[in-house]
Design a protein around this ligand. Structure first.
Ligand code: FAD
Length: 356
């Protein structure tokens, strides 16, 4: 394992923030992880694992070792080869994928190979290993629907172990990995279907299939759904290569039915989605939009002009993570003051010593 010194992390985070890591290495296998662990222990250093850097806000130079997850590999295995063997299901294929694989490359590959289930999650930036961390989701799907098992390296104890999907405690933008930050996902196994069933009931997918791709939604192929999702995402979300961002900056807050009804009296246009347990998930973007933040700019950071949930950094500006977080705090405070709703930041915020 090679360790470099004083490495600029700008190319490794989608906000393009220029901060430096005291030490930096690439992780290509288990030996690299074990060596990185020894290095951190010997020198008493904090560590940070980065995948695609698309869900990170770096507020300072990092006074430790940054590890870039670059481990590659994909293989189709039988149900008997799983760590937790399961009953044979002829229409299911189990794909074991290394954590450093690019997420969307794997989505494209799986569809080419005629294994389906990931098409609605097309074009989400980042790595396969990061997908379980916040149970990535979009267009009516999330990886909880296809996750079979996960291989984990415990950085605190130098141990490899496996988790079932249930062990991962996947929930809305949440998982056990948000609480066990010493656990590094090294491989994810997906149970994908050979039957080309599609889910076109969310957002504009059906409309796009009909009007642009000229395909009846109920007979659309997974590849056509992927194309629709990509086109819709590209029309709505800023590309971080042009406008640095981390996608949605806040989670959609969940409130009780009582709180929802109170808000509805004052705000009849409130956008909310009923949950199975009787609670309501509010559209955070709608709350922020009502307060006039869309298009806001100050200190070389701002709120995207079409997406109130997306905070941006001006591409050639000097703003860093601190300016982004000041803006996020101002928005949070404003939403709290007006709606009495607590917004939670979605990306991981990291300072000189680690997670803040
Ligand atoms: C334009 C844009 C659109 C987006 N759209 C969506 C969307 O539709 N749905 C959605 O859910 N998300 C979305 N995101 C957020 C982001 O793409 C996902 O959260 C993605 O999974 C992050 O992957 P990453 O490899 O970039 O993680 P990073 O940003 O590198 O890391 C994020 C956190 O996960 C940890 N981590 C990374 N890899 C591992 C690992 N192998 N083991 C343990 N911990 C790890 C890191 O330490 C860090 O704390 C979007 C982001 C952008 C920029």
């Amino acid at each position: 394992m090679n360790i470099s010194r004083q490495v600029n992390l700008q190319p490794f985070n989608s906000l393009g923030i220029e901060v430096y890591a005291d030490y930096f290495s690439q992780i290509n296998n288990l030996q690299d992880l074990a060596a990185a662990r020894c290095f951190c222990q010997q020198h008493g250093l904090p560590w940070l694992l980065i995948g695609g850097g698309s869900n990170l806000v770096l507020t300072d130079d990092f006074a430790g070792l940054v590890m870039l997850m670059a481990w590659q590999g994909r293989q189709l295995v039988t149900c008997a080869e799983l760590h937790f063997p399961t009953q044979s299901a002829p229409h299911i294929g189990y794909w074991q994928v290394a954590a450093g694989e690019n997420w969307d490359d794997f989505v494209a590959f799986s569809i080419e190979q005629q294994y389906f289930g990931l098409q609605n999650l097309s074009l989400i930036p980042g790595t396969v290993g990061a997908a379980p961390i916040q149970n990535i989701g979009a267009y009516g799907a999330d990886i909880a629907q296809v996750l079979q098992e996960v291989q984990v390296y415990d950085f605190a104890n130098d141990q490899v172990f496996y988790l079932t999907a249930a062990d991962c405690q996947l929930a809305y933008r949440d998982s056990v990995f948000k609480r066990r930050t010493d656990w590094i996902v090294t491989q994810v196994t997906f149970a994908l279907s050979c039957v080309p069933q599609v889910n076109v009931g969310y957002g504009d997918i059906a409309k796009h299939l009909q009007q642009v791709i000229k395909q009846a939604p109920d007979t659309a192929s997974p590849q056509q759904v992927r194309e629709a999702v990509i086109a819709i995402r590209q029309s709505k979300l800023p590309n971080p290569d042009d406008i640095p961002n981390v996608g949605s900056f806040f989670k959609n807050p969940i409130v009780t039915a009582t709180q929802y009804r109170q808000l509805l009296q004052e705000w009849p246009q409130l956008v909310a989605y009923p949950q199975a347990d009787g609670a309501y998930k509010l559209a955070a973007g709608w709350l922020i939009d009502q307060l006039g933040w869309k298009g806001h700019r100050a200190n070389a950071v701002g709120v995207h002009e079409n997406q109130a949930l997306v905070l941006i950094r001006e591409p050639h500006g000097t703003a860093g993570g601190k300016e982004i977080m000041q803006l996020a705090e101002a928005i949070k405070a404003n939403v709290q003051q007006v709606f009495a709703v607590d917004l939670q930041v979605e990306p991981r915020v990291v300072g000189a010593q680690g997670k803040i």
